[in-house]
Ligand binder design. Structure first.
Ligand code: TRP
Length: 334
């Protein structure tokens, strides 16, 4: 555990255990997390309560996804000796803080967070529960309970961080007596562009267009073979437009030094799409091979994964208890 790193900035981030991670998570998020293991005192959360806000009808799926998600983290190189992996539901202080901060959180602030209306439109009004309305508040508590300063997240989470800052400011104003009790967190956006999925839209589990870290070589190759390309490039020798081709975009992530050649040969018509996809599948499998080899080992060792989670969760609870004690003191609940 990272106990000798007290002076490093506190970084906090998390993911919902809703399925195996994909290439987009790896290049966009996990590589950032790996860096924070060396430069920060980082907390990485398995957000199982957040997963329940929309997945309450299938809790077993969330339980099943827990260890395999952590196997993905470990395989990507996120180091549990230099950071803290923990289970959200194993830190009851997060839920306690949610109750306390709920007292000062206007419902209108929660209702205007864009993911609230957006998710209801997408998933239906069954998801409009009390817990789901509180999603950004729970996320704020994840961060605030560790006094997280920096939060590496994707663009879609910026509104949640804005909300978090407003509630923290309100808390400090109401109860801080001039001394801030809670820390205003800052979103750290990765400057990586979105990774396209096999259909050209952003890679996402819900679009069913993702190359999973846990896929094997044959599955990856098959997915790449089915990828969209420039619809005007019908015959092998037709000149193509790499700028609109998701296969070309993936090359940039997988083997950037090769993109100039692909671009030239696609435009000239020397390179056909079938060949290009075959080459990309091979490069992609090569790129992911070391990660996948590690992943197999972690996925087979549930006892190790569970020990990592248990140790991290114990450390997380200790730190969280201190923050909640400070909050209760500020709210005269002593
Ligand atoms: N809401 C985040 C997502 O869907 C996951 C998450 C939960 C999170 N708690 C967090 C991210 C705290 C950053 C900090 O991606």
């Amino acid at each position: 555990m990272a106990s000798a790193t007290a002076k490093l900035p506190r970084v906090m981030s998390g993911m919902r255990p809703t399925g195996n991670l994909h290439l987009g998570h790896y290049v966009g998020v996990l590589t950032q997390w790996v860096k924070y293991c060396d430069t920060a005192d980082a907390f990485f959360e398995i957000a199982d309560l957040h997963a329940l806000t929309t997945g309450f009808d299938d809790p077993q799926a969330i339980r099943d996804a827990r260890n395999s998600m952590v196997a993905d983290w470990l395989a990507a190189g996120v180091d549990p000796k230099k950071s803290t992996f923990y289970l959200q539901s194993g830190v009851p202080q997060i839920s306690e803080l949610e109750t306390l901060l709920g007292m000062i959180t206007p419902i209108s602030w929660l209702e205007r967070v864009p993911t609230f209306k957006g998710q209801i439109e997408e998933l239906g009004s069954e998801v409009a529960t009390y817990g789901f309305l509180g999603y950004p508040l729970l996320q704020l508590c994840d961060i605030a309970v560790f006094r997280g300063e920096l939060v590496p997240v994707g663009k879609d989470q910026v509104a949640h961080l804005e909300f978090a800052r407003e509630v923290v400011r309100r808390f400090n104003y109401l109860y801080g007596g001039g001394e801030p009790v809670l820390v205003e967190p800052k979103a750290m956006l990765s400057n990586f562009p979105d990774v396209p999925g096999t259909d050209g839209r952003k890679m996402s589990k819900s679009y069913n267009n993702a190359i999973l870290l846990s896929d094997d070589d044959a599955t990856t190759t098959e997915k790449v073979r089915g990828m969209f390309t420039d619809p005007q490039k019908i015959r092998r020798n037709d000149p193509g437009r790499p700028e609109i081709c998701p296969v070309f975009s993936l090359w940039k992530f997988v083997k950037p030094q090769h993109t100039a050649i692909v671009e030239r040969d696609c435009r000239s018509g020397a390179l056909g799409c079938v060949q290009d996809k075959g080459d990309l599948a091979e490069a992609l499998n090569e790129f992911l091979r070391p990660l996948r080899e590690r992943r197999v080992l972690y996925a087979a060792d549930e006892a190790y994964v569970e020990r990592i989670i248990a140790e991290g969760t114990a450390r997380a609870r200790e730190i969280a208890a201190k923050t909640v004690a400070d909050v209760k003191r500020a709210m005269k609940l002593t």
